[in-house]
Design a protein around this ligand. Structure first.
Ligand code: FPP
Length: 256
């Protein structure tokens, strides 16, 4: 293995060896994160679940900065799934006002940091106040060309695939496509992620090891990385461990 496959090391004054990411090799362009463990983070501290979600929201901003620093192009964050409606109404209401709070607090910084905000999911079914906040942020950042912060809100992969099939069926009916012309690239165009490359790396925090209906189609060849750390504690160091691990993987996409 070439020495360039190894992360460089630098010595900190504390004598602690610290990894430094080598930006010239093999960085993931698109990272997707299942931000899990807010509730357990709060419980461990004797706090209500809301406190965990609030801390999780603040952590989104910190991790956006780290992703930016490492020139990641797309960060897709699972903020609310199509299954999360099953939670108590109070928690759902709180989660639905978080995007608004996030945008209210952090939009000026995100604009300055050249972040472009996008969203995936069943947008129409979100409460009006959530939609308005997101639309405002998308509009204010549409000319930025730095990191894409792609927030998955009311997102579920199975729903995404079903709606894609419905639209394809409509287009076949309207003679836009012959059935034989429907292939993987056509289906990809009907997904919410049509403008984004597939994730290179998918991270799930909090020790759970499942996809939970997140990017099922898009993650066919994604590298997975799991950590026991709860999302509010997922910091720069842990993020960099994931990046270094990714840099040392060999992706073969089914080839040799
Ligand atoms: C899963 O943890 C987390 C969620 C369902 C919500 C995630 C949302 C955020 C981190 C904030 C969103 C930020 C923006 C910008 C909209 P859990 O509640 O299931 O945790 P648990 O498994 O420990 O109970």
């Amino acid at each position: 293995m070439s020495i360039f496959k190894f992360p460089f090391f630098k010595k900190k004054q504390t004598n602690k060896i610290e990894h430094e990411i080598n930006h010239t090799i093999n960085l993931p362009e698109h990272i997707a994160i299942i931000m899990d463990g807010n509730g357990r983070w709060a419980k461990k501290r004797g706090l209500p679940r809301f406190a965990g979600h609030k801390e999780g929201m603040d952590n989104v901003k910190k991790i956006v900065q780290v992703a930016n620093k490492h020139h990641i192009k797309i960060l897709t964050l699972y903020a609310f799934s199509t299954e999360n409606w099953k939670r108590p109404k109070k928690e759902v209401d709180y989660l639905m006002q978080l995007p608004k709070e996030f945008i209210h607090i952090y939009l000026p910084d995100l604009i300055k940091e050249n972040v472009q905000i996008k969203t995936i999911g069943a947008f129409d079914l979100l409460p009006d106040h959530t939609k308005r906040a997101i639309e405002h942020a998308i509009d204010k950042t549409k000319d930025n060309d730095g990191l894409i912060l792609n927030i998955a809100l009311n997102y579920g992969s199975r729903h995404e695939i079903v709606q894609a099939i419905q639209h394809i069926a409509e287009d076949v009916q309207n003679k836009k496509y012959e059935i034989d012309a429907i292939d993987e690239s056509v289906l990809s165009k009907y997904l919410f992620t049509s403008e984004l490359k597939d994730p290179d790396l998918l991270i799930r925090t909090s020790g759970e090891k499942r996809l939970s209906n997140f990017l099922l189609w898009q993650s066919a060849y994604t590298e997975f990385w799991f950590t026991d750390v709860y999302w509010p504690d997922f910091n720069e160091d842990v993020f960099e461990q994931a990046l270094i691990d990714y840099q040392n993987r060999k992706r073969r996409f089914g080839g040799l």
